[in-house]
Write a protein that binds this ligand. Structure first.
Ligand SMILES: Cc1cc2nc3c(=O)[nH]c(=O)nc-3n(C[C@H](O)[C@H](O)[C@H](O)COP(=O)(O)OP(=O)(O)OC[C@H]3O[C@@H](n4cnc5c(N)ncnc54)[C@H](O)[C@@H]3O)c2cc1C
Length: 525
Protein backbone atom coordinates (compact mmCIF):
# COMPACT_ATOMS: atom_id res chain seq x y z
CA UNK A 1 0.00 0.00 0.00
CA UNK A 2 1.30 3.41 -0.95
CA UNK A 3 1.70 5.97 1.85
CA UNK A 4 0.67 9.40 0.64
CA UNK A 5 1.98 12.61 2.18
CA UNK A 6 -0.74 14.62 0.50
CA UNK A 7 -3.81 13.92 -1.61
CA UNK A 8 -3.12 16.52 -4.31
CA UNK A 9 -0.02 18.53 -5.05
CA UNK A 10 -0.89 21.70 -6.97
CA UNK A 11 1.98 23.33 -8.88
CA UNK A 12 1.49 27.05 -9.52
CA UNK A 13 -0.25 29.64 -7.34
CA UNK A 14 -1.60 31.87 -10.09
CA UNK A 15 -5.38 32.36 -10.20
CA UNK A 16 -6.02 28.82 -11.43
CA UNK A 17 -3.84 27.03 -8.88
CA UNK A 18 -5.26 29.16 -6.07
CA UNK A 19 -8.84 28.30 -7.02
CA UNK A 20 -7.93 24.64 -7.48
CA UNK A 21 -6.26 24.36 -4.07
CA UNK A 22 -9.01 26.29 -2.30
CA UNK A 23 -11.79 24.17 -3.81
CA UNK A 24 -10.02 20.94 -2.90
CA UNK A 25 -9.31 22.10 0.66
CA UNK A 26 -12.89 23.19 1.36
CA UNK A 27 -13.95 19.67 0.34
CA UNK A 28 -11.63 18.08 2.86
CA UNK A 29 -8.86 17.06 0.45
CA UNK A 30 -5.30 17.53 1.73
CA UNK A 31 -3.38 19.86 -0.58
CA UNK A 32 0.03 21.46 -0.98
CA UNK A 33 0.28 24.50 -3.22
CA UNK A 34 3.80 25.35 -4.40
CA UNK A 35 5.06 28.17 -6.59
CA UNK A 36 8.51 28.84 -7.93
CA UNK A 37 8.09 32.63 -7.59
CA UNK A 38 9.27 34.36 -4.43
CA UNK A 39 5.85 35.91 -3.84
CA UNK A 40 2.61 36.99 -5.48
CA UNK A 41 2.82 38.53 -8.97
CA UNK A 42 2.49 42.31 -8.92
CA UNK A 43 2.21 43.05 -12.62
CA UNK A 44 -1.03 43.95 -14.29
CA UNK A 45 -2.30 41.17 -16.58
CA UNK A 46 -5.91 40.01 -16.87
CA UNK A 47 -8.49 42.74 -16.57
CA UNK A 48 -11.61 41.39 -18.27
CA UNK A 49 -13.80 39.13 -16.15
CA UNK A 50 -16.77 37.71 -18.00
CA UNK A 51 -20.32 36.85 -16.98
CA UNK A 52 -19.81 33.13 -16.41
CA UNK A 53 -16.81 33.82 -14.14
CA UNK A 54 -18.91 36.29 -12.17
CA UNK A 55 -21.58 33.61 -11.73
CA UNK A 56 -18.89 31.24 -10.46
CA UNK A 57 -17.47 33.88 -8.09
CA UNK A 58 -20.99 34.41 -6.78
CA UNK A 59 -21.54 30.70 -6.19
CA UNK A 60 -18.16 30.53 -4.44
CA UNK A 61 -19.11 33.46 -2.20
CA UNK A 62 -16.19 35.66 -3.33
CA UNK A 63 -18.00 38.11 -5.60
CA UNK A 64 -18.49 40.62 -2.77
CA UNK A 65 -14.73 40.76 -2.27
CA UNK A 66 -14.04 41.45 -5.96
CA UNK A 67 -16.92 43.81 -6.71
CA UNK A 68 -15.63 46.98 -4.98
CA UNK A 69 -12.37 46.83 -6.94
CA UNK A 70 -13.65 46.66 -10.51
CA UNK A 71 -15.67 48.56 -13.06
CA UNK A 72 -18.54 47.50 -15.28
CA UNK A 73 -18.07 47.53 -19.03
CA UNK A 74 -21.44 47.84 -20.71
CA UNK A 75 -20.46 48.32 -24.32
CA UNK A 76 -17.92 48.03 -27.10
CA UNK A 77 -17.22 51.05 -29.32
CA UNK A 78 -15.50 50.80 -32.66
CA UNK A 79 -14.10 54.08 -34.00
CA UNK A 80 -13.60 54.33 -37.74
CA UNK A 81 -12.72 57.85 -38.81
CA UNK A 82 -15.54 60.07 -37.59
CA UNK A 83 -17.86 57.11 -37.09
CA UNK A 84 -18.21 55.47 -33.70
CA UNK A 85 -20.35 52.34 -33.50
CA UNK A 86 -21.41 51.36 -30.02
CA UNK A 87 -22.87 47.95 -29.22
CA UNK A 88 -24.11 47.47 -25.70
CA UNK A 89 -23.62 44.22 -23.89
CA UNK A 90 -26.65 42.32 -25.08
CA UNK A 91 -26.62 38.62 -24.33
CA UNK A 92 -29.83 37.79 -26.18
CA UNK A 93 -31.05 34.34 -25.11
CA UNK A 94 -28.10 33.89 -22.77
CA UNK A 95 -29.87 35.08 -19.64
CA UNK A 96 -27.57 36.07 -16.78
CA UNK A 97 -27.70 38.35 -13.78
CA UNK A 98 -24.36 39.81 -14.93
CA UNK A 99 -25.05 41.16 -18.44
CA UNK A 100 -21.74 43.00 -18.73
CA UNK A 101 -17.97 42.56 -18.57
CA UNK A 102 -16.23 43.44 -15.30
CA UNK A 103 -12.73 44.90 -15.38
CA UNK A 104 -10.72 44.05 -12.30
CA UNK A 105 -6.95 43.80 -12.00
CA UNK A 106 -5.61 40.24 -11.84
CA UNK A 107 -3.50 41.28 -8.83
CA UNK A 108 -6.74 41.84 -6.92
CA UNK A 109 -8.41 38.65 -8.15
CA UNK A 110 -5.38 36.67 -6.97
CA UNK A 111 -5.33 38.49 -3.62
CA UNK A 112 -8.98 37.61 -3.02
CA UNK A 113 -8.37 33.99 -4.03
CA UNK A 114 -5.34 33.79 -1.72
CA UNK A 115 -7.48 35.08 1.15
CA UNK A 116 -10.15 32.42 0.60
CA UNK A 117 -7.54 29.69 0.14
CA UNK A 118 -5.90 30.77 3.41
CA UNK A 119 -9.21 30.59 5.25
CA UNK A 120 -9.51 26.99 4.02
CA UNK A 121 -6.04 26.29 5.44
CA UNK A 122 -3.93 26.75 2.28
CA UNK A 123 -0.74 28.75 2.52
CA UNK A 124 1.21 29.11 -0.69
CA UNK A 125 4.72 27.64 -0.48
CA UNK A 126 6.60 30.32 -2.42
CA UNK A 127 10.09 29.83 -3.80
CA UNK A 128 9.32 26.14 -4.25
CA UNK A 129 9.70 24.74 -7.71
CA UNK A 130 8.30 21.51 -9.09
CA UNK A 131 11.32 20.06 -10.89
CA UNK A 132 10.19 16.63 -11.98
CA UNK A 133 7.82 13.79 -11.17
CA UNK A 134 7.13 10.16 -11.89
CA UNK A 135 3.73 8.56 -11.77
CA UNK A 136 2.66 4.96 -11.32
CA UNK A 137 -0.73 3.32 -10.93
CA UNK A 138 -1.04 4.32 -7.28
CA UNK A 139 0.31 7.83 -7.14
CA UNK A 140 2.80 10.47 -8.21
CA UNK A 141 6.26 11.06 -6.75
CA UNK A 142 7.11 14.73 -7.12
CA UNK A 143 10.53 16.34 -6.78
CA UNK A 144 10.37 19.85 -5.31
CA UNK A 145 13.19 22.29 -4.67
CA UNK A 146 12.75 25.21 -2.25
CA UNK A 147 15.10 28.15 -1.93
CA UNK A 148 17.05 27.98 -5.18
CA UNK A 149 19.46 25.71 -7.01
CA UNK A 150 21.79 25.02 -4.07
CA UNK A 151 19.01 23.78 -1.79
CA UNK A 152 18.35 20.11 -1.24
CA UNK A 153 15.40 18.66 -3.16
CA UNK A 154 12.33 17.26 -1.40
CA UNK A 155 10.40 14.22 -2.56
CA UNK A 156 6.63 14.21 -2.04
CA UNK A 157 4.31 11.29 -2.62
CA UNK A 158 0.83 12.45 -3.72
CA UNK A 159 -2.27 10.71 -5.01
CA UNK A 160 -2.61 13.29 -7.78
CA UNK A 161 -0.60 16.11 -9.35
CA UNK A 162 -2.36 19.17 -10.72
CA UNK A 163 -0.27 21.42 -12.98
CA UNK A 164 -1.50 25.01 -12.87
CA UNK A 165 1.98 26.21 -13.68
CA UNK A 166 1.25 28.59 -16.54
CA UNK A 167 2.15 28.86 -20.20
CA UNK A 168 5.63 27.33 -19.78
CA UNK A 169 4.23 24.49 -17.65
CA UNK A 170 6.78 21.95 -16.47
CA UNK A 171 3.96 19.48 -15.76
CA UNK A 172 2.67 19.73 -19.32
CA UNK A 173 6.15 19.30 -20.80
CA UNK A 174 6.99 16.29 -18.63
CA UNK A 175 3.65 14.71 -19.58
CA UNK A 176 4.70 15.29 -23.20
CA UNK A 177 1.40 16.97 -23.97
CA UNK A 178 1.90 19.04 -27.12
CA UNK A 179 0.63 22.62 -27.02
CA UNK A 180 -0.64 22.67 -30.58
CA UNK A 181 -1.34 25.87 -32.46
CA UNK A 182 0.44 28.94 -33.70
CA UNK A 183 2.08 32.19 -32.66
CA UNK A 184 1.08 35.40 -34.33
CA UNK A 185 2.30 38.98 -34.04
CA UNK A 186 3.87 40.73 -31.06
CA UNK A 187 1.73 43.42 -29.40
CA UNK A 188 2.54 46.26 -27.04
CA UNK A 189 0.44 46.95 -23.97
CA UNK A 190 0.60 49.75 -21.40
CA UNK A 191 -1.44 50.83 -18.37
CA UNK A 192 -1.65 54.62 -18.16
CA UNK A 193 -3.75 57.65 -17.33
CA UNK A 194 -5.26 58.99 -20.56
CA UNK A 195 -6.67 62.52 -20.73
CA UNK A 196 -9.77 61.94 -22.82
CA UNK A 197 -13.54 62.26 -22.70
CA UNK A 198 -14.09 58.76 -24.14
CA UNK A 199 -16.91 56.82 -22.47
CA UNK A 200 -15.49 54.88 -19.56
CA UNK A 201 -18.08 52.11 -19.48
CA UNK A 202 -16.90 50.66 -22.79
CA UNK A 203 -13.98 49.01 -24.56
CA UNK A 204 -12.77 51.14 -27.49
CA UNK A 205 -11.29 49.82 -30.71
CA UNK A 206 -9.49 52.28 -33.02
CA UNK A 207 -7.40 52.21 -36.19
CA UNK A 208 -3.99 53.72 -36.76
CA UNK A 209 -1.86 53.55 -39.92
CA UNK A 210 0.49 51.00 -38.31
CA UNK A 211 -2.17 48.74 -36.79
CA UNK A 212 -5.07 48.70 -34.40
CA UNK A 213 -5.41 50.19 -30.94
CA UNK A 214 -7.64 49.08 -28.08
CA UNK A 215 -8.52 50.77 -24.80
CA UNK A 216 -9.93 49.00 -21.72
CA UNK A 217 -11.01 51.08 -18.70
CA UNK A 218 -9.67 50.42 -15.20
CA UNK A 219 -11.81 51.36 -12.19
CA UNK A 220 -9.18 53.95 -11.21
CA UNK A 221 -10.07 57.44 -12.47
CA UNK A 222 -8.57 58.14 -15.90
CA UNK A 223 -6.65 54.86 -16.09
CA UNK A 224 -6.79 52.67 -19.20
CA UNK A 225 -5.16 49.50 -20.50
CA UNK A 226 -3.82 50.45 -23.94
CA UNK A 227 -3.00 47.94 -26.63
CA UNK A 228 -1.14 48.50 -29.90
CA UNK A 229 -1.08 45.62 -32.39
CA UNK A 230 1.94 47.08 -34.21
CA UNK A 231 4.16 46.14 -31.24
CA UNK A 232 6.21 49.31 -31.84
CA UNK A 233 8.02 50.98 -28.93
CA UNK A 234 10.91 50.46 -26.52
CA UNK A 235 9.84 49.09 -23.15
CA UNK A 236 12.81 50.76 -21.45
CA UNK A 237 11.49 54.16 -22.57
CA UNK A 238 8.01 54.58 -21.03
CA UNK A 239 7.94 58.33 -21.85
CA UNK A 240 8.46 57.49 -25.51
CA UNK A 241 5.63 54.92 -25.31
CA UNK A 242 3.38 57.60 -23.78
CA UNK A 243 4.20 59.97 -26.67
CA UNK A 244 3.61 57.20 -29.20
CA UNK A 245 0.18 56.33 -27.79
CA UNK A 246 -0.71 60.05 -27.55
CA UNK A 247 0.12 60.51 -31.23
CA UNK A 248 -1.66 57.38 -32.44
CA UNK A 249 -4.81 57.98 -30.39
CA UNK A 250 -4.93 61.66 -31.42
CA UNK A 251 -4.64 60.61 -35.06
CA UNK A 252 -7.31 57.91 -34.72
CA UNK A 253 -9.82 60.20 -32.99
CA UNK A 254 -8.99 63.41 -34.85
CA UNK A 255 -8.46 65.38 -31.64
CA UNK A 256 -5.67 65.76 -29.14
CA UNK A 257 -5.35 62.95 -26.61
CA UNK A 258 -2.61 63.02 -23.97
CA UNK A 259 -1.29 59.82 -22.42
CA UNK A 260 0.73 60.01 -19.18
CA UNK A 261 3.82 57.89 -18.56
CA UNK A 262 2.60 54.30 -18.17
CA UNK A 263 2.76 52.49 -14.82
CA UNK A 264 3.32 49.21 -16.66
CA UNK A 265 4.39 48.25 -20.17
CA UNK A 266 4.87 44.85 -21.77
CA UNK A 267 5.22 43.17 -25.13
CA UNK A 268 3.84 39.74 -25.76
CA UNK A 269 3.60 37.41 -28.70
CA UNK A 270 0.10 36.25 -29.41
CA UNK A 271 -0.11 32.52 -28.86
CA UNK A 272 -3.09 30.45 -29.94
CA UNK A 273 -2.40 26.97 -28.63
CA UNK A 274 -4.09 24.18 -26.70
CA UNK A 275 -3.33 20.64 -25.57
CA UNK A 276 -5.27 17.68 -27.05
CA UNK A 277 -5.76 16.11 -23.59
CA UNK A 278 -5.83 17.66 -20.12
CA UNK A 279 -4.86 14.66 -18.06
CA UNK A 280 -2.55 11.69 -18.28
CA UNK A 281 -3.07 9.10 -15.58
CA UNK A 282 -2.94 10.88 -12.21
CA UNK A 283 -1.61 14.19 -13.57
CA UNK A 284 -3.74 17.11 -14.78
CA UNK A 285 -3.16 20.48 -16.41
CA UNK A 286 -5.42 23.54 -16.20
CA UNK A 287 -5.39 27.19 -17.19
CA UNK A 288 -2.48 28.54 -19.23
CA UNK A 289 -0.72 25.21 -18.75
CA UNK A 290 -3.38 23.73 -21.03
CA UNK A 291 -4.31 26.53 -23.41
CA UNK A 292 -2.94 29.96 -24.24
CA UNK A 293 -4.92 32.58 -26.10
CA UNK A 294 -4.60 36.01 -27.53
CA UNK A 295 -5.44 38.48 -24.73
CA UNK A 296 -7.68 40.32 -27.20
CA UNK A 297 -10.65 38.19 -26.16
CA UNK A 298 -9.79 38.36 -22.45
CA UNK A 299 -10.17 34.60 -22.04
CA UNK A 300 -7.10 33.09 -20.35
CA UNK A 301 -7.92 33.68 -16.70
CA UNK A 302 -11.65 33.18 -17.24
CA UNK A 303 -11.17 29.82 -18.92
CA UNK A 304 -8.62 28.66 -16.36
CA UNK A 305 -11.01 29.47 -13.52
CA UNK A 306 -13.64 27.31 -15.20
CA UNK A 307 -11.14 24.46 -15.65
CA UNK A 308 -10.31 24.45 -11.95
CA UNK A 309 -13.96 24.76 -10.97
CA UNK A 310 -14.76 21.79 -13.19
CA UNK A 311 -12.06 19.45 -11.89
CA UNK A 312 -11.86 20.22 -8.16
CA UNK A 313 -15.15 18.60 -7.10
CA UNK A 314 -14.46 15.56 -9.29
CA UNK A 315 -11.04 14.99 -7.75
CA UNK A 316 -12.55 15.43 -4.28
CA UNK A 317 -15.24 12.81 -4.97
CA UNK A 318 -12.65 10.33 -6.20
CA UNK A 319 -10.32 10.98 -3.24
CA UNK A 320 -13.26 10.45 -0.84
CA UNK A 321 -14.30 7.21 -2.55
CA UNK A 322 -17.62 8.66 -3.74
CA UNK A 323 -16.82 8.00 -7.40
CA UNK A 324 -14.61 5.82 -9.58
CA UNK A 325 -11.49 7.34 -11.11
CA UNK A 326 -13.23 7.17 -14.49
CA UNK A 327 -15.14 10.29 -13.37
CA UNK A 328 -11.92 12.22 -14.01
CA UNK A 329 -12.14 11.39 -17.73
CA UNK A 330 -15.12 13.74 -17.88
CA UNK A 331 -12.70 16.63 -17.19
CA UNK A 332 -11.08 16.10 -20.60
CA UNK A 333 -14.41 15.34 -22.25
CA UNK A 334 -15.85 18.63 -21.03
CA UNK A 335 -12.90 21.02 -21.03
CA UNK A 336 -10.74 20.05 -24.05
CA UNK A 337 -13.46 21.11 -26.53
CA UNK A 338 -13.81 24.45 -24.70
CA UNK A 339 -10.08 25.18 -25.15
CA UNK A 340 -10.25 24.20 -28.83
CA UNK A 341 -13.34 26.33 -29.51
CA UNK A 342 -11.70 29.30 -27.88
CA UNK A 343 -8.77 29.10 -30.25
CA UNK A 344 -11.15 29.77 -33.10
CA UNK A 345 -13.11 32.56 -31.41
CA UNK A 346 -10.13 34.42 -29.91
CA UNK A 347 -8.35 33.96 -33.25
CA UNK A 348 -11.20 35.77 -35.01
CA UNK A 349 -11.01 38.63 -32.51
CA UNK A 350 -7.23 38.84 -32.92
CA UNK A 351 -7.45 38.93 -36.70
CA UNK A 352 -10.14 41.54 -36.51
CA UNK A 353 -8.15 43.67 -34.10
CA UNK A 354 -5.01 43.35 -36.23
CA UNK A 355 -6.84 44.36 -39.37
CA UNK A 356 -8.70 47.13 -37.58
CA UNK A 357 -11.85 45.87 -39.27
CA UNK A 358 -14.48 43.27 -38.65
CA UNK A 359 -14.18 39.98 -40.52
CA UNK A 360 -15.21 40.20 -44.15
CA UNK A 361 -18.55 38.47 -43.77
CA UNK A 362 -19.55 40.90 -41.05
CA UNK A 363 -18.01 44.07 -42.42
CA UNK A 364 -21.36 45.64 -43.03
CA UNK A 365 -22.53 44.84 -39.57
CA UNK A 366 -20.21 45.98 -36.82
CA UNK A 367 -22.92 45.43 -34.28
CA UNK A 368 -23.58 41.81 -35.15
CA UNK A 369 -19.85 41.07 -35.03
CA UNK A 370 -19.50 42.77 -31.67
CA UNK A 371 -22.55 40.94 -30.35
CA UNK A 372 -21.07 37.63 -31.43
CA UNK A 373 -17.83 38.59 -29.74
CA UNK A 374 -19.67 39.38 -26.52
CA UNK A 375 -21.59 36.08 -26.57
CA UNK A 376 -18.49 34.02 -27.27
CA UNK A 377 -16.40 35.65 -24.59
CA UNK A 378 -19.10 35.58 -21.88
CA UNK A 379 -18.70 31.83 -21.30
CA UNK A 380 -22.47 31.58 -20.86
CA UNK A 381 -23.06 29.37 -23.87
CA UNK A 382 -20.67 26.69 -22.64
CA UNK A 383 -22.69 23.53 -22.03
CA UNK A 384 -21.64 19.96 -21.40
CA UNK A 385 -24.39 18.34 -23.46
CA UNK A 386 -22.24 15.43 -24.67
CA UNK A 387 -20.61 14.74 -21.32
CA UNK A 388 -20.81 11.31 -19.69
CA UNK A 389 -22.23 13.22 -16.69
CA UNK A 390 -25.19 14.50 -18.67
CA UNK A 391 -28.35 12.43 -19.03
CA UNK A 392 -29.91 13.73 -22.23
CA UNK A 393 -33.51 14.87 -22.35
CA UNK A 394 -36.10 12.48 -23.69
CA UNK A 395 -38.28 15.42 -24.56
CA UNK A 396 -36.39 18.71 -24.66
CA UNK A 397 -38.52 21.48 -23.20
CA UNK A 398 -38.21 24.96 -21.76
CA UNK A 399 -35.90 26.06 -18.96
CA UNK A 400 -32.28 24.97 -18.46
CA UNK A 401 -31.60 21.54 -19.96
CA UNK A 402 -29.13 18.83 -18.93
CA UNK A 403 -25.57 19.97 -19.65
CA UNK A 404 -26.44 23.66 -19.22
CA UNK A 405 -25.92 25.91 -16.22
CA UNK A 406 -28.81 26.16 -13.77
CA UNK A 407 -28.76 29.87 -13.00
CA UNK A 408 -30.02 31.23 -16.32
CA UNK A 409 -31.76 34.03 -14.49
CA UNK A 410 -31.96 37.80 -14.72
CA UNK A 411 -30.80 40.13 -11.94
CA UNK A 412 -34.45 40.73 -11.02
CA UNK A 413 -35.23 37.00 -10.74
CA UNK A 414 -32.07 36.47 -8.70
CA UNK A 415 -33.50 38.84 -6.07
CA UNK A 416 -36.80 36.94 -5.71
CA UNK A 417 -37.25 35.34 -2.27
CA UNK A 418 -36.97 31.79 -3.63
CA UNK A 419 -33.88 32.39 -5.73
CA UNK A 420 -32.14 34.21 -2.86
CA UNK A 421 -32.51 31.11 -0.67
CA UNK A 422 -31.72 28.67 -3.46
CA UNK A 423 -28.56 30.54 -4.50
CA UNK A 424 -27.38 30.42 -0.89
CA UNK A 425 -28.01 26.66 -0.74
CA UNK A 426 -26.13 26.11 -4.00
CA UNK A 427 -23.00 27.58 -2.38
CA UNK A 428 -22.43 24.34 -0.49
CA UNK A 429 -20.17 21.95 -2.36
CA UNK A 430 -22.72 19.11 -2.68
CA UNK A 431 -24.70 17.79 -5.59
CA UNK A 432 -28.24 19.17 -5.26
CA UNK A 433 -31.47 17.42 -6.08
CA UNK A 434 -34.17 20.05 -6.47
CA UNK A 435 -37.61 18.54 -5.93
CA UNK A 436 -40.67 20.62 -6.82
CA UNK A 437 -43.67 19.95 -4.62
CA UNK A 438 -45.87 22.83 -5.73
CA UNK A 439 -48.90 24.25 -3.97
CA UNK A 440 -50.93 21.06 -3.68
CA UNK A 441 -49.49 17.84 -2.32
CA UNK A 442 -49.89 15.44 -5.30
CA UNK A 443 -51.49 12.03 -4.86
CA UNK A 444 -49.24 10.41 -7.47
CA UNK A 445 -47.33 7.47 -5.96
CA UNK A 446 -44.29 8.07 -8.15
CA UNK A 447 -43.21 11.26 -6.41
CA UNK A 448 -39.59 11.81 -5.46
CA UNK A 449 -39.19 11.58 -1.72
CA UNK A 450 -36.32 10.95 0.63
CA UNK A 451 -38.36 8.15 2.22
CA UNK A 452 -38.71 6.03 -0.90
CA UNK A 453 -35.35 6.67 -2.52
CA UNK A 454 -32.11 6.23 -0.65
CA UNK A 455 -29.69 8.80 -1.99
CA UNK A 456 -25.97 8.99 -1.20
CA UNK A 457 -24.85 11.47 1.45
CA UNK A 458 -23.21 13.70 -1.16
CA UNK A 459 -26.60 14.55 -2.66
CA UNK A 460 -28.42 17.35 -0.85
CA UNK A 461 -32.16 17.10 -1.49
CA UNK A 462 -33.80 20.53 -1.59
CA UNK A 463 -37.57 20.82 -1.61
CA UNK A 464 -38.90 23.75 -3.61
CA UNK A 465 -42.43 24.63 -2.62
CA UNK A 466 -44.90 27.42 -3.19
CA UNK A 467 -46.26 26.66 0.26
CA UNK A 468 -44.60 28.10 3.35
CA UNK A 469 -42.18 25.49 4.71
CA UNK A 470 -42.01 24.29 8.29
CA UNK A 471 -39.12 25.77 10.25
CA UNK A 472 -37.19 22.49 10.18
CA UNK A 473 -37.80 21.77 6.45
CA UNK A 474 -34.70 21.90 4.29
CA UNK A 475 -35.86 23.73 1.25
CA UNK A 476 -36.93 26.84 -0.54
CA UNK A 477 -40.20 28.69 -0.07
CA UNK A 478 -40.78 29.86 -3.62
CA UNK A 479 -43.49 32.28 -2.54
CA UNK A 480 -43.85 34.07 -5.86
CA UNK A 481 -43.17 30.98 -8.00
CA UNK A 482 -40.22 32.53 -9.79
CA UNK A 483 -37.88 29.62 -9.15
CA UNK A 484 -40.36 27.16 -10.58
CA UNK A 485 -41.16 29.46 -13.51
CA UNK A 486 -37.58 30.24 -14.51
CA UNK A 487 -36.63 26.57 -14.24
CA UNK A 488 -39.79 25.63 -16.19
CA UNK A 489 -40.52 22.93 -13.61
CA UNK A 490 -43.89 21.37 -12.81
CA UNK A 491 -45.04 19.91 -9.52
CA UNK A 492 -43.44 16.50 -9.15
CA UNK A 493 -40.41 17.39 -11.30
CA UNK A 494 -36.84 17.12 -10.08
CA UNK A 495 -33.54 18.62 -11.30
CA UNK A 496 -30.16 17.12 -10.46
CA UNK A 497 -27.45 19.80 -10.24
CA UNK A 498 -23.69 19.17 -10.13
CA UNK A 499 -21.54 20.96 -7.57
CA UNK A 500 -20.35 23.37 -10.29
CA UNK A 501 -23.90 24.46 -11.06
CA UNK A 502 -24.51 22.53 -14.30
CA UNK A 503 -27.57 20.31 -14.73
CA UNK A 504 -26.84 16.64 -14.93
CA UNK A 505 -30.41 15.45 -15.43
CA UNK A 506 -34.02 16.48 -15.01
CA UNK A 507 -37.28 14.58 -15.04
CA UNK A 508 -40.38 13.59 -13.12
CA UNK A 509 -40.91 10.99 -10.41
CA UNK A 510 -38.82 8.42 -8.56
CA UNK A 511 -38.56 5.90 -11.37
CA UNK A 512 -37.07 8.36 -13.77
CA UNK A 513 -34.66 9.67 -11.12
CA UNK A 514 -33.42 6.16 -10.37
CA UNK A 515 -32.90 5.55 -14.10
CA UNK A 516 -30.96 8.80 -14.41
CA UNK A 517 -28.74 8.02 -11.42
CA UNK A 518 -28.05 4.55 -12.82
CA UNK A 519 -26.78 6.16 -16.01
CA UNK A 520 -24.17 8.15 -14.09
CA UNK A 521 -22.04 5.06 -13.83
CA UNK A 522 -18.87 6.67 -12.49
CA UNK A 523 -20.65 7.85 -9.33
CA UNK A 524 -21.29 5.62 -6.33
CA UNK A 525 -25.03 6.19 -5.96
C1 LIG B 1 -1.24 41.60 -20.97
C2 LIG B 1 -2.16 40.48 -20.62
C3 LIG B 1 -3.52 40.72 -20.56
C4 LIG B 1 -4.39 39.70 -20.24
N1 LIG B 1 -5.73 39.96 -20.18
C5 LIG B 1 -6.58 38.99 -19.83
C6 LIG B 1 -7.96 39.28 -19.64
O1 LIG B 1 -8.40 40.42 -19.79
N2 LIG B 1 -8.80 38.27 -19.25
C7 LIG B 1 -8.33 36.99 -19.07
O2 LIG B 1 -9.13 36.11 -18.74
N3 LIG B 1 -7.02 36.70 -19.22
C8 LIG B 1 -6.13 37.66 -19.58
N4 LIG B 1 -4.81 37.39 -19.67
C9 LIG B 1 -4.34 36.00 -19.42
C10 LIG B 1 -4.18 35.70 -17.93
O3 LIG B 1 -3.27 36.59 -17.36
C11 LIG B 1 -3.70 34.26 -17.78
O4 LIG B 1 -4.53 33.43 -18.55
C12 LIG B 1 -3.71 33.78 -16.33
O5 LIG B 1 -2.69 34.38 -15.58
C13 LIG B 1 -3.48 32.27 -16.29
O6 LIG B 1 -3.49 31.84 -14.96
P1 LIG B 1 -2.72 30.51 -14.55
O7 LIG B 1 -2.93 30.37 -13.08
O8 LIG B 1 -3.10 29.40 -15.45
O9 LIG B 1 -1.18 30.78 -14.87
P2 LIG B 1 -0.21 31.90 -14.29
O10 LIG B 1 -0.94 33.10 -13.90
O11 LIG B 1 0.87 32.03 -15.30
O12 LIG B 1 0.37 31.24 -12.97
C14 LIG B 1 1.26 30.14 -13.05
C15 LIG B 1 2.07 30.08 -11.77
O13 LIG B 1 2.87 28.89 -11.81
C16 LIG B 1 4.15 29.17 -11.27
N5 LIG B 1 5.07 28.16 -11.80
C17 LIG B 1 5.55 28.05 -13.05
N6 LIG B 1 6.34 26.96 -13.15
C18 LIG B 1 6.35 26.38 -11.93
C19 LIG B 1 6.99 25.22 -11.40
N7 LIG B 1 7.76 24.42 -12.16
N8 LIG B 1 6.81 24.91 -10.10
C20 LIG B 1 6.02 25.69 -9.30
N9 LIG B 1 5.40 26.81 -9.76
C21 LIG B 1 5.55 27.13 -11.06
C22 LIG B 1 4.43 30.59 -11.72
O14 LIG B 1 5.38 31.22 -10.88
C23 LIG B 1 3.04 31.24 -11.63
O15 LIG B 1 2.85 31.86 -10.37
C24 LIG B 1 -3.90 38.39 -19.99
C25 LIG B 1 -2.53 38.14 -20.04
C26 LIG B 1 -1.65 39.18 -20.34
C27 LIG B 1 -0.18 38.90 -20.38
Amino acid sequence: MTEYQVDVLVAGAGPVGLLAAWQLARRGVSVRLVDTATGPATTSRALATHARSLEIYDQLGMLGDIAPHGTRVNGFIRHQGDRATRANYDFGDLVTRFPYMFNVDQVITERVLRGHAASAGIEVEWNTRLESFQQDVEGVTVMLRSGGEGAAPETVRARYLWGCDGGHSTVRKLLQLPLKGESAATWLTADAIVHTDLERDAVHSLSSPSGALMMFPFPDPGKWRLLDTSGEGELEQPEQIARQFSAKLSHALGREIVVDTPTWTAKFTIQQRAVPAMHVGRCFVSGDAAHVHSPAGGQGLNTGIQDAYNLAWKLAMVVHGQADAVLLDSYDAERVPVGQTLLASTGAVTNSAMAGTTPRDAQNSDRSFIRQLIWNSSGLSIAYSDSPLTVPDDEPGKGPRPGQRLTQISAADAQSPGWMVLRALLRTSAWHLLVFVGSVQPADQDQVSGDTLSLPAWVDTVTISRRRLAADDHGVWDSDGRVQDTLAANDGDWILVRPDGYLSARGTGNTHLREALDRLTSLHV
